[in-house]
Design a protein around this ligand. Structure first.
Ligand SMILES: Nc1ncnc2c1ncn2[C@@H]1O[C@H](COP(=O)(O)OP(=O)(O)OP(=O)(O)O)[C@@H](O)[C@H]1O
Length: 251
């Protein structure tokens, strides 16, 4: 059953066709990877899922609700969370505070600093935040200041900030970018655990080891168009993919 459906989406930047009649279907409970060369339109497409960009034409539907014309926080509220390429965390706050903030935002609709001062002591939310930090392997650092974390840990923290919102759909933009291999493998394991819990994931990723370790289905974008959508085993040898994606090189 489809949870995210993209139909005939076009997006131009001036004279540049960043998305050219994109169609894509993500099935519930699957990991769906979007790959393609630099500038193919992957981030532009993801931004159309979270209200950061509005397509010029076409539809984006999540769980029966159109995602177009609604605010990013409302999209978040209905169950879509995104992990960014550059982690968006609160650098001066502790890890546990970082995870509590999105938990409150999810519960109360929108987050305000005044509310934060009053509710910071709520133990149920603090306990939930601690469970999420445990899940991503950061519980021992719960009281540390987030800005001082390593790059890999910052990404794990951001993942905890998404998971605390109990998302139905998790969007990950290059979740292992800049990580050493050991960190990448830990992240793959973590994402597998999240997938096993039934969270649908859309992953943009350049690292083919990550893509082929995780994906149930892969969409290949080239010059703003989905040129192939198929199972991983059918992607590697696809000449269209090799030509468009790597200029004829073998994946
Ligand atoms: N805000 C913008 N204004 C103008 N052009 C843009 C804007 N955002 C993206 N583009 C252009 O749209 C095209 C698609 O960019 P996009 O970032 O979506 O590609 P991508 O597949 O995510 O690339 P990468 O893998 O390098 O991150 C590129 O040519 C890019 O330069």
């Amino acid at each position: 059953m489809s949870i995210l459906s993209v139909k005939n989406v076009n997006k131009n930047f001036g004279g540049l066709k960043a998305l050219n009649n994109v169609n894509l279907t993500v099935d519930a409970g699957t990991v769906h990877a979007i790959i393609g060369p630099n500038g193919a339109g992957k981030s532009t497409l993801l931004n159309c899922f979270i209200g950061r960009l509005e397509p010029d034409t076409g539809t984006v539907t999540f769980d029966g609700t159109s995602l177009l014309g609604i605010e990013p926080h409302e999209i978040n509220q209905i169950g879509v969370s995104r992990v960014f390429q550059t982690p968006e965390i609160f650098g001066e706050l502790s890890l546990v505070d970082n995870v509590m903030i999105p938990a409150f935002a999810k519960r109360d609709g929108i987050f305000t600093l005044n509310a934060w001062r009053q509710i910071k002591t709520e133990t149920a939310i603090r306990d939930k935040a601690m469970v999420m930090l445990e899940d991503v392997g950061l519980a021992a650092k719960a009281g540390d200041i987030a800005g001082q974390l390593s790059r890999g840990d910052k990404r794990r923290l951001e993942l905890a900030m998404c998971l605390v919102q109990d998302p139905k759909l998790l969007l990950l933009d290059e979740p292992t970018a800049g990580m050493a291999r050991a960190d990448t493998n830990n992240t793959i394991d973590l994402m597998k655990t999240i997938a096993q819990r039934g969270v649908t994931m859309v992953v943009i990723e350049h690292d083919m080891h990550v893509v082929f370790s995780l994906a149930d289905k892969i969409s290949v974008l080239a010059q703003g168009t989905v040129i192939v959508e198929d199972m991983p085993e059918n992607i590697k040898g696809n000449p269209k993919v090799q030509e468009a994606y790597l200029g004829g090189a073998h994946l």
